[in-house]
Design a protein around this ligand. Structure first.
Ligand code: SF4
Length: 142
């Protein structure tokens, strides 16, 4: 299994899914390699084959700092935006326990009072590192 820290140029990516403005993927790749996964094509952006899906996870270590910068650039600091976490990776796969990128991104979105449960969808397969009750309460409140 390849785990690699990377730095990306942006983290809020415009999204073509109806009703969704941006997507955040804190990781590239996914350890689960579900047979039904549509995201294996993402490997082409990092020199991987579709058959490599499930064998690598790249960790976007600058995701939180970028998210703050990008939210600040949005009109109304993104309060009217729909944000989808995450479309091509599992945001709570095991490595999240170490890096907590998904958690940090959620906390930032909450801090900026983006309406998380109303405006955000979280897809994930693994439940080990869900937001703490305190953080979730904050998210719900917002
Ligand atoms: S957990 Fe999600 S992103 Fe990961 S392989 Fe399965 S469907 Fe794809």
């Amino acid at each position: 299994m390849e785990y690699k820290e990377i730095r990306v140029k942006n983290i809020l990516v415009k999204c073509g899914i109806p009703g969704i403005d941006f997507v955040i993927n804190p990781y590239m790749g996914c350890r689960f390699a579900c047979k039904y996964c549509y995201a294996s094509f993402m490997g082409r952006f990092v020199g991987k084959q579709i058959s490599d899906w499930g064998n690598y996870v790249h960790i976007k270590i600058n995701a939180p700092e970028l998210l703050i910068k990008e939210i600040k650039k949005l009109k109304n600091k993104g309060k009217d935006k729909e944000i989808f976490i995450s479309s091509v990776t599992d945001p709570y796969q095991g490595i999240e326990a170490k890096y907590k990128l998904t958690r940090q991104c959620l906390e930032i979105l909450a801090e900026y009072q983006i309406h998380l449960l109303m405006d955000m969808v979280i897809f994930h397969k693994e439940f080990q590192e869900r937001p703490s009750k305190g953080n979730m309460a904050k998210i719900v409140k917002n």
